[in-house]
Design a protein around this ligand. Sequence first.
Ligand code: SF4
Length: 332
Amino acid sequence: MPSQQPILEVRDLTVEYDTGSSPVVAVDSVDLDVHAGEFVGVVGESGCGKSTLLFAIVQLLSPPAAITGGSVHFQGQDLVAMNEKKLAALRWRDYSVVMQSAMNALNPVKSIGSQFRDAIMSHDERVDDDRPAEVMRMVGIDPIHLRSYPHQLSGGMRQRAMIAMALLFTPDMIIMDEPTSALDVVAQRSLMVQIKELQQQLGFAVVFVTHDMSLVSHFSDQLMVMYAGQVVEFGATRAVFDHPAHPYSKGLLDAFPSIRGPKQPLTGIPGTPPNLAHPPSGCRFHPRCPVAFEDCPKIEPELYQVGPTQARCLLHAPGRTQPAEPVQEVTS
Ligand code: SF4
């Protein structure tokens, strides 16, 4: 069970890309709490700010992206104000990151074992000599592959090797940016099961970014849905799946087949996420929303409490009632 005090507290975090003309707000005033041992899924289409949010949390943004507002506290320490030396002392040891493509993240001209040693040598703490072999076994890879180079491993093994590297110091939190996106569905499922088992065994928290709602459905405790740089829904994963309060969350859910219940036609979401240099007025989802009404292009919604979840939709604003019919036709 998660403890009371979050290990990660993100408040009002805003990230902008300096484009030379008007800045592009890629992450807009995001709040997030992650407790010890908790698994938080972050979902949304490509370009909705998920990966930028993760990179901002772990202070790995590079220009032209920059944090322009808000705070990130990890175990009570302000990461935004921290210098590189102190951040380097936390990385791998207290939190680690598993990148989207292991082939790009791993050094192609160094063996896996050599890269593990680099991570270990970057800290003063002693690590048992057999720890690299131990973490390789944990993720189901024969330690003999510590001698292998990344190109000698399959895509699934490379991702597992990245996760093994992230476990070297048994950190309190692991940030994962679409770690299964390059894998086939069978390898995806197997890796997710393994991540969950390791999490339960070792007790670390996970923040897991994906564009695949179905992937996190069985694994995450909390679910954050992002659209156009904003959090549009947040709550317990089961609550969001059972009763999505935001039309975008519902659209994402309707885009994936359910393995239970009667067969339903897959509908998808018409259109594409907006250009964040010129986001739509009012609710950013209104050009694609099947239930948009006349206030939607005029009023910017806040996150409203909707039962156990929060949703950024005017339908849930205090005192509002849902119109019987949508007033706007949505085209794909
Ligand atoms: Fe749809 Fe309006 Fe709600 Fe936005 S505020 S999600 S456009 S109903």
